[in-house]
Design a binder for this molecule. Structure first.
Ligand SMILES: Cc1cc2nc3c(=O)[nH]c(=O)nc-3n(C[C@H](O)[C@H](O)[C@H](O)COP(=O)(O)OP(=O)(O)OC[C@H]3O[C@@H](n4cnc5c(N)ncnc54)[C@H](O)[C@@H]3O)c2cc1C
Length: 397
């Protein structure tokens, strides 16, 4: 599998956990399955509260979507904000934005230096030929302003081609996903490599190779793969592939904010060192991109090349150094699932998954929130917000 730029750059920093020995018999209070943003965040918060927590990870920390993403730290999926407001109501939007702001603060305060975090702002761009998209951005701007955000609407940067209107949001940011995961996983005290094959109702997890882990509570934080362990979520959290290319450093630094376009299907950012990242185009090959195979495909990568040529002319002719893919977990209403796992009796198995392409914006704070609830310390306001993510909520998109 081609290595993302991020993982190549942190090859020596990412912790390498020892495999659980074949036939191992392990025990812990809380078992966290999956060492991405969600699992490591929950584990760190539990650890800090004195809980005996063990993290088990199939491929190594950060090797799922969390080490393969574009590193955009966003307040919301802005294009979809008006639709979310109509569907879920003003209170839900307010609660989501409040959580996302806590998430921004958490990343800034705890991981800014380690993860190269910068409050660069974001741009949301409508396509020149899509007035509906421009209207959605206007409506989103109004909602964001209501919540106190500093938003400006205007014309796109002159170096960009083919875009209509631009919404600029000051408080968003960007980071290095590999460095973030190296920092988070590096602080986890008990982590092992291993694939959980199945969870039994009697608080036991079976490991590939015959091992077993006993727990009081398990948190399934396996993102796109959650239904493998929680079959009731089959068809609820679904795997969707996303792909990126990265160029050699460009001579000119054109873009500081991260940029999202075309209803969020396409995105690009330029790093401080001049490297340009371009991602998206999966909607052109929707059926084939609905897969858990995290391999880049020729057709999407060619479409990304063409996108760069058409819309980012300042990068024309730049050599592409990296092409990679990752698997996102989508939920029908685009909100993650957090709470008791459907299909398991009692309270022993929980899920935290389905971030629908926006885990950097919510997973760290929800990992903490879940840990607070699990240790009986969640505030009344947080318990109310958590209902938004109830895995048993109605499934209407
Ligand atoms: C190309 C791409 C670009 C993206 N860009 C952005 C972005 O810019 N901003 C943003 O907010 N989001 C982005 N995302 C989405 C974001 O990366 C995810 O929402 C987030 O990483 C999800 O974190 P997670 O911890 O839930 O999942 P993951 O990081 O996928 O972690 C799940 C872990 O579970 C492990 N696992 C699975 N099954 C088992 C098992 N049976 N036993 C043990 N371990 C198991 C996996 O190996 C994996 O490490 C992007 C995603 C992709 C793929």
């Amino acid at each position: 599998m081609p290595e993302p730029l991020w993982l190549e750059e942190v090859a020596v920093e990412l912790p390498v956990w020892e495999p659980a020995p074949p036939g191992a018999r392990l025990a812990c209070d809380v078992l966290v399955i999956g060492a991405g943003l969600a699992g490591t965040s929950a584990a760190l918060a539990l650890q800090a509260r004195g809980v005996d927590v063990l993290v088990v990870e199939r491929d190594g920390p950060g090797r799922g979507a969390s080490g393969r993403n574009a590193g955009f730290v966003l307040l919301a999926h802005v294009f979809e904000l008006p639709a979310l407001r109509r569907r879920a109501g003003a209170e839900a939007v307010g609660a989501l934005l409040a959580l996302a702001r806590r998430n921004h603060a958490l990343l800034r305060e705890r991981f800014a230096a380690a993860a190269d975090h910068r409050s660069s702002g974001s741009l949301m761009l409508s396509m020149a030929d899509d007035p509906d998209e421009a209207a959605a951005l206007e409506a989103a701007a109004a909602l964001l302003r209501e919540s106190g955000a500093e938003v400006t609407l205007g014309d796109p940067h002159p170096a960009l081609r083919g875009f209509g209107r631009q919404l600029a949001l000051r408080e968003d940011g960007q980071l290095h996903p590999g460095r973030l995961l190296a920092a988070m996983a590096g602080r986890v005290r008990r982590g092992v490599r291993g694939r959980v094959e199945a969870l039994a109702g009697d608080r036991r997890a079976r490991l590939e190779g015959g091992g077993e882990i006993r727990f009081s509570r398990a948190l399934v934080a396996t993102n796109a793969h959650v239904a493998e362990l929680v079959p009731a979520l089959r068809g609820v959290v679904t795997p969707e592939r996303a792909q990126i290319l990265a160029t050699e450093p460009l001579g000119a630094r054109v873009l500081e904010p991260v940029a999202y376009a075309n209803w969020g299907y396409d995105y690009f950012r330029q790093r401080d060192d001049g490297v340009l990242l371009v991602g998206g185009r999966r909607h052109l090959f929707a059926a084939r991109e609905s897969t858990a195979v995290a391999e880049p495909s020729d057709e999407v990568q060619r479409a990304l090349d063409a996108y760069l040529e058409a819309h980012l002319p300042f990068a024309r002719g730049a050599r592409v150094t990296h092409r990679w893919a990752g698997t996102m977990g989508f939920s029908p209403d685009e909100l993650p699932l957090m709470g008791p796992a459907p299909g398991f009796a009692g309270d022993a198995v929980h899920v935290l998954a389905g971030f629908t392409g926006h885990g950097l914006g919510l997973a760290p704070v929800l990992g903490e929130l879940w840990a607070e609830a699990a240790t009986g310390r969640a505030s009344e306001a947080d318990r109310r917000s958590a209902r938004l993510f109830d895995p048993a909520r109605p499934r209407a998109a």
